[in-house]
Write a protein that binds this ligand. Structure first.
Ligand code: NI
Length: 182
């Protein structure tokens, strides 16, 4: 297994909408690597575009907070309906060191495919519902900084600018390196 590079805010892939997964035959190794990366980074969820792959797929594991839970894989997911609202402090592996109070629906009905292409429609609440909404946002190119008030955003503006600058410098470096591979 390999730890994949988690792309940070400022990398344009985070602002591109992901495409539906049509070929399920080669997902298995990639998903293993996504879980491995998520555990290494100590996250509870990870979307495919956060590791540079623009497909509609994410993984979540909240089993350390809920003994009835298990590692989950969601492919081609879509929120069907939602209700109630709660505010919760969210972080994001692509915006390290930043936590924001994000308001979201508390309950969702979510439709998705599993790794065997079977469709499911399931109700979620609590932390799992929140994590699913955070990851689905990633796949639709939405980040937590887009969901908060101007006041909250101003408070983390310095950190966000730093992350963006670093991310852009890294991309530039990578493109230079690529160009001179012989
Ligand atoms: Ni995130």
């Amino acid at each position: 297994m390999a730890v994949l590079e988690v792309v940070k805010y400022g990398n344009p892939i985070l602002r591109k909408k992901c495409s539906m997964v049509t070929d399920f035959s080669k997902l298995s190794d990639f998903i293993d690597n996504m879980f491995y990366t998520m555990y290494e980074e100590e996250g509870i969820g990870l979307a495919a575009n956060q590791v540079g792959v623009g497909m509609n797929l994410f993984v979540i594991d909240i089993s350390h907070t809920d003994e009835n839970e298990f590692p989950r894989i969601f492919v081609n997911g879509e929120i069907i309906s939602s209700d109630d609202e709660s505010i919760f402090s969210e972080g994001c592996l692509s915006i390290p060191q930043v936590a924001l109070e994000v308001k979201r629906p508390e309950n969702i009905v979510f439709k998705y495919q599993d790794i065997r292409e079977k469709w499911h429609e399931e109700e979620f609440d609590g932390l799992l519902a929140r994590a699913i909404q955070h990851e689905i946002d990633h796949l639709n190119s939405v980040l937590i900084i887009d969901l908060v008030s101007e006041m909250q955003r101003v408070r983390v503006n310095q950190e966000i600018k730093k992350i963006k600058k670093h991310s852009e410098a890294k991309l530039k470096q990578q493109s230079i390196t690529k160009r001179f591979v012989l």
